[in-house]
Design a protein around this ligand. Structure first.
Ligand code: FBP
Length: 294
């Protein structure tokens, strides 16, 4: 079955929106070969942009501008919300190319998208009506949810996304992907990681959040980018990274927390809001939330 057959026609605008982004995955994938360098620009977080960050951002914003149903887009690569079509029902949040520090070493990176039925992106994550990510790895895959399970498709040679896994449920293996410098970890987080290690969790951290969470979704375990000395809010962005992936993993039977409560309950008040993140199996999320209480 192909993606266009899989997405229900009950909400045609939402379906068009997801399919439009899926098409951009092919354009972005085709752009990698001649865009491997850094740019002279930095984004709002002071991070050096790579050519692919800018390209992926422009490709998606331009494509969404052609859909009447899209009111606005908020991108990790832009300081301001882009207003598109005034009457549009949806606001889209995106990290056009997550893991882009891996550009040049040919590891998996991806596009992360959140969709709200609202003209503004400032909503708690649980109000999302759809989320998806596209992974550019040995295969190009698209994983989406519209609140009815998580489904994965692989891009075939004919340019169609073919169903690979329907109703994915988070695995039960024991992997952990711990971000931030170990010497800067705070005590509860340090204790949590020690407990995981004592239980035999295996280390898997690639430098690409979306790829690491994808692995956790399939196999099980937990990804964390915690609060650390010098950054009480961690590194990852609530609107662009944490919420869409949190919504996705929750749909697959897992959970996402800032260490103290569900990430999807947070009402964002700024575009560049960061959040400490623990995302993975319910077992691991309960462990860190208990550790925070000690
Ligand atoms: P980008 O969206 O700018 O690529 O940043 C996010 C990110 O690359 C995550 O994908 C990844 O988990 C994290 O930063 C890696 O951070 P660090 O370099 O500190 O390990």
């Amino acid at each position: 079955m192909f993606l266009e057959e899989h997405i229900p026609a009950t909400d045609p605008d939402l379906k068009d929106l997801i399919l439009k982004i899926a098409d951009q995955g092919m354009v972005i994938r085709a752009g990698f070969q001649c865009r491997q360098e850094s740019c002279d620009t930095t984004n709002v977080y002071g991070e050096t942009q790579v050519q692919m960050d800018v390209f992926a951002d422009e490709v998606i914003v331009t494509a969404l501008g052609k859909l009447d149903c899209v009111n606005s887009v908020a991108s990790e690569e832009r300081p301001d919300i882009v207003s598109l079509n005034k009457g549009g029902a949806f606001s889209v949040t995106m990290d056009p190319l997550d893991g882009s520090s891996l550009m040049g070493v040919n590891l998996t990176v991806g596009t992360i998208i959140g969709i709200y039925r609202n003209s503004s992106p400032f909503n708690p994550g649980r109000e999302m009506v759809g989320a998806l990510y596209i992974l550019y790895g040995p295969l190009t895959t698209l994983t989406y949810t519209i609140g009815k399970g998580v489904h994965e498709f692989v891009l075939n040679e004919g340019g169609s996304y073919q169903l690979q896994h329907e109703d994915l449920r988070i695995g039960s293996s024991r992997l952990y992907a711990p971000g931030a410098l170990r010497k800067k970890w705070l005590p509860p987080h340090r204790r949590f990681i020690r407990k995981l290690e004592e239980k035999g969790y295996k280390l898997r951290f690639s430098g690409s959040f979306v790829a690491d969470v994808h692995q956790i979704l399939h196999k099980g375990g937990v990804f964390t980018y915690p609060a650390f000395e010098g950054s009480e809010d961690g590194k990852l962005r609530l609107l662009f990274e944490a919420n869409p992936m949190g919504f996705m993993i929750t749909q697959a039977g897992g959970a996402a927390s800032n260490g103290r409560g569900n990430i999807l309950d947070i009402s964002p008040d700024k575009l560049d809001q960061r959040v400490p993140i623990y995302i993975g199996g319910k077992r691991e999320i309960s462990m860190i939330e208990e550790e925070m209480l000690i």
